[in-house]
Design a protein around this ligand. Structure first.
Ligand code: FAD
Length: 404
């Protein structure tokens, strides 16, 4: 049976020869707004949500809103980004993905975040690469999960098996959203819609009229909204990442599949036998979110990164820099559990009286670990928005508001 009751498969991802057996089962309960809740079909009034920002955070929220909502629900998601999908820090992320601190200590909820990040990678890969979408989600995900520890010893981590998945991540989640909408429509649920607008949002007031909820995922630019100016406990930090290739005339020195990525003062994220990303600098207090670097900034970043990376991997000096780009991280405050991202309703902070339910939501402060955090946090955020309640969000992620 191709479709089971209460589940939807992303059939359009599949090459025709694979269709009978390749199913991504996405369970969506038929009579609820949110998967698993007890809301009757009569309360399924059409919803329209705005997601501001199309980085890892915004795309994960959009995906989970679609994926977790009841199939009967008429749901329109409008995604806004002034620079395009992956136009901010997500577009420059080096691709280092692991659930550990620099001291190789498992991060708070690291295992959960890792699991959800693997799911997102699998979805992104499947959305982009129809041909290889030949197994169900569980199998697809299991390909990404390592046997044994990810950390070999302090500073030396196993590389992600398919680094290309990190690259495709940047755009593929939007593709995945569209495919899910199409698949639902193909099986009779045509009420879902997802739109992307390349547009600057100047204020919440400007857009909020039309929406039942607005999810703010503007990364380091969140405070560009006047309603959030000065109210978020975020610090900005610019970073440079360099992409290095091993020149064709250099024999030897290639990275093998089994060679490690390196997490140290400067990290090396392996992308292929002759390609890696090296990062990153930390320029605290910068407000410069331009991706491009002046020649001075580039040469000083290269000097700093090469000096640090060559301590662990001296051969790095034989590699040549193909390009360098920069981005602005939104760093959350340090707590006793580490630097935790910020999540939750911001109705109070923006002066909106929602009468209990949330209308304005915030997901940010993903710091230097957007790849790790976006899956789990996006899921939590979608659940909160669909149920109009932050009850399921762990308090550790929302207590920042009490300190404001
Ligand atoms: C150099 C560097 C290397 C990194 N490497 C890694 C790594 O290897 N692994 C990892 O896990 N993390 C890494 N990170 C961190 C990671 O990139 C971030 O945690 C993540 O991208 C944050 O995602 P986001 O969606 O919150 O923000 P962003 O990706 O910045 O998305 C915010 C979006 O909002 C848009 N926007 C902003 N203001 C407006 C507005 N007013 N109207 C409309 N749109 C607007 C922006 O254009 C942007 O696309 C790195 C960061 C940097 C800077």
């Amino acid at each position: 049976m191709l479709l089971s009751k209460g589940s939807v498969s992303l059939l359009s991802f599949l090459a025709p020869q694979h269709k009978p057996k390749c199913l991504i089962h996405i369970t969506i309960s038929p009579f609820c707004l949110l998967n698993g809740s007890n809301i009757s079909s009569s309360s399924l009034k059409p919803r329209r949500f705005a997601v501001l920002g199309a980085g890892f955070a915004g795309m994960s929220v959009a995906w989970h809103l679609l994926q977790q909502s009841a199939r009967e629900l008429s749901l329109c998601i409008d995604i806004y980004d002034e620079l395009g999908i992956g136009g901010g820090a997500s577009g420059v992320a080096g691709g280092l993905l692991h659930p550990y601190s620099p001291k190789a200590k498992l991060l708070w909820k690291g295992a959960q975040c890792w699991e959800e990040a693997m799911v997102m990678l699998s979805i992104a890969e499947a959305a982009k690469d129809e041909g290889s979408f030949a197994q169900d989600l569980k199998d697809l995900v299991s390909q990404h999960i390592f046997d044994g520890p990810i950390v070999w010893k302090r500073g030396i981590i196993k590389p992600i098996t398919a680094m290309k998945s990190i690259d495709i991540m940047k755009k593929a989640l939007f593709l995945a959203c569209n495919k899910l909408v199409k698949d639902l429509s193909a099986v009779g649920y045509s009420g879902k819609q997802v739109n992307f607008y390349k547009q600057t949002v100047h204020s919440l007031q400007e857009i909020s009229g039309e929406y039942s909820a607005v999810v703010i995922c503007l990364g380091a630019r969140s405070e560009s909204l006047p309603e959030l100016k000065g109210v978020l406990p975020l610090r900005m930090c610019r970073g440079v990442v360099a992409h290095l290739d091993l020149p064709g005339n250099m024999s030897g020195g290639e990275y093998k599949d089994s060679d490690p990525s390196i997490l140290a003062d400067a990290w090396l994220a392996v992308r292929g036998p002759r390609s890696l990303a090296m990062g990153s600098t930390w320029q605290w207090g910068s407000r410069n979110y331009s991706r491009t670097l002046s020649s001075d900034e580039e040469s000083s970043a290269m000097h700093e990164l090469l000096s640090k990376a060559s301590i662990l991997y001296p051969d790095i000096r034989n590699w040549s820099c193909e390009s360098a780009s920069a981005g602005l991280r939104a760093m959350p405050p340090l707590t006793t559990l580490g630097s935790l991202p910020l999540l939750g309703s911001v109705d109070n902070l923006v002066g909106h009286n929602s009468g209990g339910g949330g209308r304005y939501w915030f997901m940010g402060g993903l710091g230097a670990r957007g790849l790790l955090y976006h899956g789990w946090l996006g899921k939590l955020m979608a659940q909160a928005v669909l149920s109009c309640s932050a009850a399921e969000i762990p308090f550790e992620l929302t207590t920042w508001k009490n300190r404001m």
